[in-house]
Design a protein around this ligand. Structure first.
Ligand code: URA
Length: 271
C-alpha cells in the first residue's frame, strides 16, 4: 500500500475493504491451506491455559468411545465432576474432539455476570469475538447490547455464552454434528450458572437447547421450559439473532415483543 502513492480517501477505502474481508473470514480460507487438521500437536489452545485437571482427559476419552450408550454414561459421569465455571472452561480448553478448535484463534467462553438471573445463548463467535475471546463483541454484539439496554439489562446483569465456543471458519453456520458435539458442554454451562431464565438468540441456539423443527419465526417469543434435573427447571424464550436483525431491520418489532416479554418474566420472577 505504501508504494502505491494513494491519497487518504483511497487508503480509508482499502482499509474498510480489508476489514470487511476479515469479518467475512477471508483469513480463515488462507490459513486452511497451511493447517494440517490431523496433526493434534498443532491444535491451538491459548498458551498457559491448558489445565492439568483429570476431568478433561476423561471427557476427551469419553468422546472416543464407540459404543454410544457407554459414551453417554461416561460423559455424564465426567461432566458430573465439573462443578465450577473454571472447571468447565478448563475442560473446554483441553477438549480436542471438535475440529473448529484447530482453525480458531482461541476459546470464546463467556462474558457478563455469572450470578445474573438471565443467561443469553448465541450461536458461535465471529471474527471479532475470535480476536478478543469474548462473545458478542462485534457488530451484532453492539446491537445485542442495545436490545438489552432497552429493557434495562447490560453485561453486569446478564451472562452471555454461545453454543459453539470456537469460530467456524469463514463465519459459516455450525454443522449439526458440531452442535451435538458441544451440546453437553452447553448444558453443563447452564447447570453451573443456574439462571432464572434463558434467552436463546437465533435458530441454532434454540434448536440446540430445545428439540424444535422449522424456522425461528414460528417459535420465537414463546416461553418453554427445560428440565436439567429433578429440581432445576428453567424457562426459555427464543428471539431473533441481532445479525439477522441487522440484515432485516423491519423485523426489529418482533424482537421488541420478545424483549418486553423477557422484561415481564423477570418482573414476575422477582416478585
Ligand atoms: N454471533 C453469535 O451468535 N455469537 C457471538 O458471540 C457473536 C456473533
Amino acid at each position: 500500500i505504501l508504494c502505491m502513492k494513494i491519497n487518504n480517501n483511497e487508503l480509508y477505502q482499502l482499509i474498510a475493504k480489508l476489514d470487511w474481508q476479515l469479518n467475512m473470514g477471508a483469513e480463515a480460507m488462507v490459513e486452511e491451506e497451511h493447517n494440517n487438521y490431523f496433526n493434534m500437536e498443532k491444535v491451538k489452545t491459548k498458551k498457559g491455559e491448558l489445565s492439568t485437571s483429570g476431568i478433561s482427559q476423561e471427557i476427551n476419552n469419553a468422546y472416543l468411545q464407540e459404543d454410544e450408550k457407554n459414551k453417554g454414561k461416561i460423559l455424564q459421569e465426567s461432566f458430573d465432576k465439573c462443578l465450577t465455571l473454571e472447571d468447565l472452561k478448563n475442560c473446554m480448553l483441553d477438549f480436542n474432539g471438535c475440529d473448529l478448535k484447530k482453525t480458531a484463534t482461541q476459546l470464546v467462553f463467556s462474558d457478563g455476570n455469572p450470578n445474573s438471573n438471565v443467561m443469553v445463548i448465541g450461536e458461535a463467535p465471529g471474527a471479532e469475538e475470535d480476536r478478543q475471546g469474548k462473545p458478542f463483541c462485534g457488530a451484532s454484539g453492539k446491537l445485542l447490547d442495545k436490545m438489552l439496554a432497552s429493557i434495562n439489562l447490560d453485561r453486569n446483569t446478564v451472562y452471555i455464552t454461545n453454543v459453539i465456543p470456537w469460530r467456524p471458519p469463514g463465519n459459516r453456520a455450525p454443522t449439526e454434528n458440531e452442535i451435538s458435539l458441544m451440546k453437553p458442554f452447553l448444558m453443563k454451562h447452564i447447570e453451573i450458572v443456574s439462571p432464572k431464565m434463558l434467552v436463546a438468540v437465533g435458530g441454532s441456539a434454540s434448536k440446540a437447547i430445545l428439540n424444535i423443527e422449522g424456522g425461528i419465526l414460528r417459535y420465537r417469543g414463546v416461553w418453554k421450559e427445560i428440565r436439567l434435573s429433578k429440581s432445576l427447571v428453567i424457562p426459555i424464550i427464543s428471539t431473533l439473532h441481532p445479525a439477522y436483525l441487522l440484515r432485516a431491520p423491519n423485523q426489529k418489532k418482533l424482537a421488541w415483543e420478545d424483549l418486553k416479554s423477557i422484561r415481564s418474566k423477570l418482573q414476575e420472577l422477582n416478585d
